[in-house]
Design a protein around this ligand. Structure first.
Ligand code: NAP
Ligand code: HSE
Length: 426
């Protein structure tokens, strides 16, 4: 099986290395030899720690996708549009199998490219696009095929989990820990995709399409990132018995599927609270199987290459199946649920002026929305002279909490943008 690698960065170079070092093992396991015959990247002279001897170099990755000498194009460049999209579309139109690690591309153009793959009878495999080294696409597409999935959720961004874990453990600032995650090759080319929750939303929309048998609906994902989380939030959360995680959740509700990505506080004694560092976890709940849990490294060269190569080996073994479990033409639009009806508790940190009557005003607003307070802490003075007030509410609706938050934000004594975190008790 002749493979062309478009992109030789963190992931592409690791794929080239593993395919070369494990060539005999892979030939035994797939029944066919797998060989990299073509590569493309921007800089031909960059030292990538791999030998490119005897491999054709393409200045233009689209020309690689057009090459008749290539059976499988692995798109490992990134980005939802531009060159990555052109490479994938061209390869599929020419009847080449495609493997990609590009969640942005699959989230935004998944159905369009899956239609071309269906028409040409070739594979569009994207295991590495979701949860790095964890074979969760395979689990949903194959292992859980008989199940109606009611909920799929988890930790889908390794960079954010790395940042949150290390901010909590070492009390270092956000920017330092982000830099470390970038140096380790975890972050996207534009790390705002990681920290603003967009990368997790891309991945969630792909999982939801598979889980609920619908078109990918990235625009339907409610998305909040981790920028507003301050070191002090980890201390308060711990005091209440919680830990902070960025979770991605897609679940069936009465009126449709709610997809959301946002920071959550989860009880310290739950398994998801113990998923640390670059690890990801995915939990899928099916009617036949019950709850299944998958955990492992969610980013980085080796884990991602492991998933890309599994996709290539599927093709070598002749396992060609529709990208989203059924032909793209039979995927209906995802029916969206109404997030405002979600019921849950909230953590709310406010920076308020230390004046008589302020707490009374805040609690009055909550009472007007029939939101009951579970716990309350006032402690310390922030740098600008405000005091931190942290409230844990009892269960309420998103709509009621949203109204209360707007009213609280408009109080003149509230001098910082509040930090709200949803409580998830799985
Ligand atoms: P990266 O290190 O930035 O590598 C990107 C590669 O694409 C580089 O080799 C670059 O060439 C090449 N490239 C850029 N523009 C090109 C063009 N116009 N023509 C040909 N090649 C071009 O990125 P990465 O971390 O490997 O990520 C690649 C993909 O995998 C992305 O879709 C990412 O979301 C996904 N992914 C990454 C991880 C991870 O942990 N890193 C995990 C899962 C999925 P030069 O090297 O010459 O600059
Ligand atoms: N930037 C992504 C992450 C890479 O941190 O999870 C893996 O998809």
């Amino acid at each position: 099986l002749k493979v062309g690698l478009a992109g030789l960065g963190t992931v592409g170079a690791a794929v080239a290395r593993e395919l070369s070092v494990k060539s005999e093992l892979l030939a035994e396991r797939s029944g066919r030899s797998i060989e990299v015959v073509a590569v493309s990247a921007r800089d031909k002279n960059k030292d990538r720690g791999i030998s490119l001897e005897g491999i054709e170099w393409f200045e233009n990755a689209v020309a690689l996708a057009e090459s008749p000498d290539v059976d499988v194009v692995a798109e490992l460049i990134g980005g939802s549009d531009g060159i990555a999209f052109d490479v994938v579309k061209t390869a599929l139109e020419r009847g080449r199998h495609v493997v990609t690690a590009n969640k942005a591309l699959v989230a935004l153009h998944g159905v369009e490219i899956a239609s071309i793959a269906d028409e040409k009878g070739v594979a569009l495999n994207y295991e590495a696009a979701v949860a790095g080294g964890i074979p969760v696409i395979k689990a949903l597409r194959e292992g859980l095929v008989v199940n109606r999935i009611s909920r799929v959720f988890g930790i889908l961004n390794g960079t954010c989990n790395y940042i949150l874990t290390n901010m909590e453990a070492t009390k270092r600032p956000f920017t330092d820990v982000l830099k470390e995650a970038q140096d380790l090759g975890y972050a996207e080319a534009d790390p705002t995709f990681d920290v603003d929750g967009i990368d997790a939303a891309h991945k969630l929309s792909i999982l939801a399409a598979l889980a609920f048998g619908a078109r990918v609906d990235f625009d339907g994902v409610y998305c909040e990132g981790i920028r507003r989380i301050a070191p002090v939030d980890f201390e308060y959360a711990a005091q209440f018995g919680y830990r902070i995680k960025l979770l991605a959740i897609a679940e069936n509700s009465e009126d449709g599927v709610i997809q959301r990505v946002h920071p959550c506080i989860v009880p310290i004694n739950t398994p998801i609270a113990d998923v640390n560092g670059v690890s990801n976890a995915v939990i899928a709940e099916g009617d036949a199987v019950g709850q299944t849990v998958y955990e492992g490294p969610g980013a980085g060269d080796g884990p991602t290459a492991s998933a890309v190569i599994a996709d290539i080996v599927d093709i070598a073994r002749g396992l060609i199946q529709p990208a989203f479990m059924r032909p793209a033409s039979r995927l209906a639009p995802l029916q969206r649920g109404d997030l405002s009806q979600r019921v849950g508790a909230f953590y709310l940190r406010l920076g308020v002026l230390d004046r008589p009557g302020v707490i009374a005003k805040v609690t009055q607003v909550l009472a007007e929305q029939e939101i009951s307070i579970g716990s309350f802490v006032q402690r310390g003075v922030t740098e600008d002279g405000a005091v931190n007030v942290v409230i844990m509410t009892h269960t309420t609706t998103e709509a009621a909490f949203g109204r209360a938050l707007s009213a609280i934000e408009s109080l003149s004594e509230v001098v910082e943008k509040p930090c709200k975190i949803r409580v998830e008790d799985f």
